[in-house]
Design a protein around this ligand. Sequence first.
Ligand code: BTN
Length: 153
Amino acid sequence: MGSVALCLLLALGLGALAASREKCVLSGAWRNDLGSNMTISAMDATGGFSGLYLTAVSATNATILESSLKGFQHMGQAQPTFGFTVTWNFSDSTTVFVGQCFVLPGGEEVLKIMWLLRELVDSPSNDWKATRVGTNTFIRQRVGDSTRHDGAW
Ligand code: BTN
């Protein structure tokens, strides 16, 4: 076989591989390394989505309640970037999350996320202590899946 034909075959093979790359879908049920759960709706035409977030932890002593989330994902990517906001309905804080949806080699989907949590403070002089930052990893929850990850990600 000539080298041109070989190159063509290689290019076709690589093209097919890229096309078959599994798509990471944000919609569904997810659980993170803290034990928090969230469900995300189907995307609308603009990449907008809504959902519910039940955090396992809180910086407050208030009783934790399920809170709404709203966000956007980039459309047209196999492993899209996205962002969403939760205005907690049991505290005065707001958290923004930004991340990317990945499909691992074994087919499992994970969300790698960074967040900023803004607490309510009474004056600008307390601004310095009002923001926390952190990361979370979410994995998809399947029907009947009760596996609980405890931080060994
Ligand atoms: C609050 O404490 O005022 C509201 C709850 C905040 C929970 C945070 S948001 C980032 C981190 N990831 C979680 O799943 N929960 C915590």
